[in-house]
Structures are given as C-alpha cells and as structure tokens.
Design a protein around this ligand. Structure first.
Ligand SMILES: [Zn+2]
Ligand SMILES: [Zn+2]
Length: 132
C-alpha cells in the first residue's frame, strides 16, 4: 500500500499496489511542471489508485493534446499525469509519497535535456535541515 499527499494535505491518496519502475524524466515539460532539475515518476494502475480526500482540489492541465498533468489547486503540488489514450496508467509524482516502499530509479529519459547545472558530488556540502 502506497500513501501520499500534497503539500497542503488537502489531497490525500492511496494506491493498492507497489511502485515497481521509477523513471527519472529530464524533459523540459517535467522541469517546468516540477520547478526543478528533473521529475521522478512511477507508473501505476489507475484502478488501484484512489483519492481519499480532496477530489474537489484536483486541477488538470493538458501539457500536450493527450497528456494531462493533475495537481492540487490549493498548494500547486504536482500529483500525477495521465494520457487520454492510456487511461489505465497514471504516472505518480514520487515526491508526494509519504508511506510505502520506493525503489531506486530504473532508468532516466530525455537525457538530451539533462540540466547541466545539476551536479551533486561528495564535495557538495550537506546539512541536516535547511542551511541557515
Ligand atoms: Zn494541496
Ligand atoms: Zn518528462
């Protein structure tokens, strides 16, 4: 069982299944949609996924003709995407998961668009909590 929620906690979801294949997506649209260097998404079956609270907060944006991106209208958290020609699959935004096992990424895609400014090494200082 996977559980998750948006930042404001208005939207809470559950998934009866496991996350099996984590994709790191470097495409330009995912960067814009997440506001960061890449997205981490996991395909899940729509029929095991349910919104527990906050259905009325879900807002949909079609970033292309057949692909909608669904987010919380209150706090803006991206939650999942779905293609109209493959409605049986959702691509869950893994950063919203709060309980359940998350595997390591299985692959990266759109690597031609990798953000060359994003490079973490052991030399990058690490802090617990936010740097003050
Ligand atoms: Zn929210
Ligand atoms: Zn993408």
């Amino acid at each position: 069982m996977i559980k998750g929620r948006c930042l404001c906690e208005g939207v809470q979801y559950e998934y009866d299944g496991e996350l099996t294949e984590l994709a790191v997506c470097h495409c330009q649209m995912c960067k814009r949609a997440q506001g960061t260097a890449f997205a981490t998404n996991a395909p899940i079956m729509s029929d095991g996924f349910r919104i527990v609270t906050g259905q009325e907060l879900l807002k949909t944006y079609f970033s292309s003709e057949k692909k909608k991106r669904v987010f919380c209208a209150n706090c803006g958290s991206p939650l999942f995407s779905q293609r109209t020609d493959r409605p049986e699959v959702l691509r869950l935004r893994v950063g919203t998961v709060t309980s359940g096992k998350i595997p390591q990424p299985a692959y990266q895609q759109y690597c031609e668009s990798i953000s060359d400014w994003f490079m973490l090494s052991d030399a990058t200082p690490r802090y617990m909590q936010g740097k003050t």
